[in-house]
Design a protein around this ligand. Sequence first.
Ligand code: NAG
Ligand code: NAG
Ligand code: NAG
Ligand code: NAG
Length: 515
Amino acid sequence: MIRSQLCLLATIGCSIAADLSTLPDLLKTISDDVFPDLKSMSQYIHAHPETSTQEFHAHDLVVDYYTTTNPGLWDVTPHAYGLPTAFELDFTNKPASFSGSDDDIPIIGFMAEYDALLGIGHACGHNHIILNGLAAASMARQALIDLDIPARIKVLGTPDEENTGGKGRLRDLGAFDGVDVWMMAHPTSADAVQPMQGRVDAQANFVGETHADVVRTAYEALVLITDLAGSLPGTASTATPVEDVGMFAINVVAQEIVFGVAGLSLQEVNSTVQGLLDDTYVGVNYTIAESSDVENGVALTIEGPGGHASEGNKSPLRLSIETFRTLTTIGTEEVSFFLPGNTTVTELDVTVSCRTRYTIDLDAVLETVTSAISSKTSRISTDRPYPALEVMTPLSDRFLALMHDADHGSQADWNYSTIAPAATDAGFVQDAQIDTDTKELLSVGKVVFHPNFGICEGTPGAPCGFNHEPVFAQTAATEYSYGRTEIVARALAQVAVEVLQDKGFMREVTKLVRG
Ligand SMILES: *[C@@H]1O[C@H](CO)[C@@H](O)[C@H](O)[C@H]1NC(C)=O
Ligand SMILES: *[C@@H]1O[C@H](CO)[C@@H](O)[C@H](O)[C@H]1NC(C)=O
Ligand SMILES: *[C@@H]1O[C@H](CO)[C@@H](O)[C@H](O)[C@H]1NC(C)=O
Ligand SMILES: *[C@@H]1O[C@H](CO)[C@@H](O)[C@H](O)[C@H]1NC(C)=O
């Protein structure tokens, strides 16, 4: 219906448009054929998690599948663009009836991520992103052949989403050149077409004459950062500190914090913590014990869920910060602090994950954080900022309509949301320019479509967390989650084929792309 209306508007290209009325059923048949093998690969990747830039098994699995097990479907480029764990698949359908030049062949790309998180495996569900990318591309590829539609499809295997902006490096290497429309889909706890945050990590280094000095200085800085909440510039801005002691990973809030107090009795420390730990600390608990590390030492071991959810709630680190704050404001001179198990350390690192809704506010948020702690820190550096991702409507409207229809499970909950739940390196690909006052989207480097789809089953006892929570790794392994990815991939394949066969639709979709 929508297709033919767009065709009326488009004067060129529609006379040869294929009849797509059979496409939904055709994609189901193709899916029955291609999805099971791809799902097995996703399950293997889930069971063998590899962190950013180390995704060697995932890379080899896909490359072997398309060069050895199933050769001839795609032109396969291993180690694409010189990145050891990037790959590219390329396919052009040129039906016998096609007489145009290669320049007339439209092209769409799918992005596939497959990196995991240190210590907590596929707790961001990227095993579903590679599955979605390969499945949607494979379904669209076969449909183009069956329907005689001249078109080209690429799949770009993009390493290192989590840590150092793999797609930013790929973009700089030209990997997205020549393809204006890129699609992917991200599993999470709810369905939404929504923007994603901008992000930059400030890495602050603290030094002290003694171990007790450095712990005090670092915790003074942590108090200052905590107190920035609510007064940061920009929209929905946050600054979440992560202590780089023990297991540290960018993007993962520590699940366990050890914090020591010397100079007070165990009972005094215990009652302080008891007074602080209310139900705003969701899932946080602690144990307390005498410590032999220092004289009269008491060690707290604080545990909590970790992950992005703890950025919204209060983390184990936050409980240690509030304990420090309370014990320093009661003003007992003899109280000092230490890190149990690390009492020789006189240098500490704290990473502050700065996030905000719009890229244009990132510098101001970072500046506020760094100036707040500049008198405490000996050195501060930042990693590569992840730009925010903006919502683009033409593809989204069509995708949402598909999610609402019976072929895709009549999912009435799907809609737009203005909440930006996390960051993504797909912002490097989109490279959005927005109006500084109205925040209206003015132009993009590339069209990026990145719906977030829910994989929590919602039945009692089914594992459900938010991305980066350890439990989300279990969510990402359920049969339900694989079923959800099949539906989303099939819808993306349908949108892709529709765009590829309709020049008017392609023009509409790409109208904001800078020339
Ligand atoms: C602190 O202790 C933990 C656990 O014993 C250890 O893994 C970590 O490397 C130590 N960190 C430093 C900075 O010494
Ligand atoms: C800490 O305080 C709580 C609440 O009063 C109590 O249940 C717990 O046993 C105390 N822990 C220790 C080790 O004394
Ligand atoms: C404490 O919290 C951790 C992390 O959420 C959890 O794994 C653990 O079971 C909890 N312990 C208790 C005694 O509730
Ligand atoms: C989507 O949200 C808009 C407002 O945000 C609302 O008007 C519309 O009815 C919603 N659509 C569906 C299908 O829920």
